[in-house]
Design a protein around this ligand. Structure first.
Ligand SMILES: [Ca+2]
Length: 457
């Protein structure tokens, strides 16, 4: 909120030309008046004009005043901002609202004007909300230490949450295998058992996302996670508890609570390009908060925006990549998932016991695959990799057993939503509409996350 006085000598009232250049996202209001000259409607009786023209700039977005950045005469201020001016000169004022994220659904607009001091002293200019970036456009955020993360633009739009009776039946049927008993595919956790019994996509329901957002092109990699740990020395829930859910390959390969499993030792080999696993919802949120604070401190985040986990509807919409009404983002055929996803295929476990074979081909990865391992073919219509398979992804929402919500729903903090299936999932779980859940401290060797950049409360 800077008030700026640019001391200029007064030279006359008329013919005062002020070209104003605006780059405001939303609605900008420019108010121009001469100090000492009564505003319209005021009586003016007894006022002696000081004959000092001023320029007051305020900015609004969506009807709300915002602290926009004003650059005038190479000096930077914030709205509302009042300049004392010299008449008869040309001035260029640039007003920009969070120019660093001009790709966040907005593009700059231009306005020129001429001020007649005897005319109206306020001009109201409505700038239309701009269409924003192109779907799939990339945004790269610097995590420090030479590590970066790519996000892609997910445009506003409407999606169908839930699934049809037909899809539900397919998921439970011989191809989807969602009705198999958990012992048959090696999952021994109570959570997995419940998933097997209750495929709970919810009924078809439209959800409209008014705003676009940026979503991680891949799941968060070990390299990216490592940058967060280096910066914060953060300890994950799994490290504090001393255990995580993981395969027990020394016995029967089933999922159990495994002692001293955590993100740096999930029980299988990973490179820096693999997705981080054994991170809880709490841990994923801590990562997002760290990134928000870091970027805000660096002046790279606009007010009102930040990093968080994708909402459940945002995730489901993004997963479809613009293709609605199919089981997978590539269509309805499971076999078309070949070379597109890392699920429970015919690949063998390191101990050679082949107990996961829920589709006929090998995807080449018994555990996690490097993020984006399937290249362009593995990217959906928005350019997102591994939306189906590889690791489950935490969503921001609480889990509502009646179905997903269009808006982020947080009324039950005891359960959070997981989406997308993992390397150990049967085809019935590897669908855009499938919903999974667990407690926010749950850490498992097949659970990770991706983050988004969007407006935050
Ligand atoms: Ca995934």
């Amino acid at each position: 909120m800077g008030e700026c006085e640019l001391n200029r000598r007064w030279g006359g009232l008329r013919g005062f030309l002020i070209p104003v250049v605006l780059a405001v996202f939303g609605l900008a209001v420019i108010s121009l008046r001469a100090a000492g000259v009564p505003r319209e409607g005021a009586t003016g009786i007894g006022v002696v004009p000081e004959l000092t023209p001023t320029l007051t700039v305020t900015a609004e977005v969506d009807g709300q005043p915002v602290d926009a950045r004003v650059v005038y005469d190479k000096k930077t201020n914030q709205t509302p901002c009042t300049f004392t001016l010299q008449t008869g000169q040309k001035y260029d004022v640039t007003v920009s609202y969070t120019p660093e994220v001009s790709d966040l659904g907005y593009v700059p607009a231009m306005l020129s004007g001429e001020v007649d001091w005897m005319g109206p002293r306020m001009r109201r200019v409505t700038l239309t909300r701009q269409p924003g970036p192109v779907a799939g456009q990339e945004w790269v955020v610097d995590l420090g230490g030479g590590v970066s993360a790519a996000l892609v633009w997910i445009p506003p739009g409407t999606t169908m949450l839930g699934s049809t009776r037909d899809e539900h039946a397919w998921a439970l049927g011989p191809e989807g295998q969602g009705a198999v008993r958990n012992e048959q595919y090696g999952a021994a956790s109570q959570e997995a058992f419940e998933v097997v019994r209750f495929i709970n996509d919810g009924v078809p329901m439209p959800a409209t996302l008014q705003d676009g957002f940026w979503l991680g092109q891949t799941e968060v990699t070990l390299e990216q996670w490592g940058q967060f740990i280096k910066d914060t020395n953060y300890r994950t829930d799994a490290e504090k508890k001393g255990l995580a859910w993981a395969h027990d390959l020394n016995r029967d390969g089933r999922w159990r609570h495994m002692i001293e499993r955590n993100w740096w030792d999930p029980g299988f080999a990973q490179t820096q390009a693999h997705p981080v696993v054994c991170v809880s919802w709490n841990d994923a949120k801590a990562f997002c908060d760290w990134l928000t604070e870091k970027e805000r401190a660096a002046g790279r985040l606009p007010k009102g925006t930040g990093y968080r986990l994708p909402g459940e509807a945002e995730w489901a919409y993004a997963c479809r990549g613009g293709r609605e009404g199919t089981r997978f983002w590539w269509g309805d055929q499971l076999t078309d998932g070949n070379r597109r996803m890392n699920g429970a295929g015919s690949e063998r476990a390191p101990n050679r016991k082949r107990y996961l074979q829920r589709y006929s081909w090998s995807d080449g990865h018994f555990y996690t695959a490097p993020c984006g391992a399937f290249g362009l073919k593995g990217r959906n219509g928005y350019g997102l990799s591994d939306m189906i398979g590889n690791v489950w992804e935490w969503c921001e929402d609480s889990y509502d057993s009646t179905g997903a919500h269009a808006e982020i729903w947080t009324q039950d903090p005891n359960l959070r939503v997981l989406r997308g299936g993992s390397f150990s999932s049967v085809p019935g779980f590897l669908r855009c509409a499938f919903r999974f859940k667990n407690v926010p401290s749950y850490a498992s060797a097949d659970v990770g996350f991706r983050f988004c950049l969007t407006s935050v409360q």
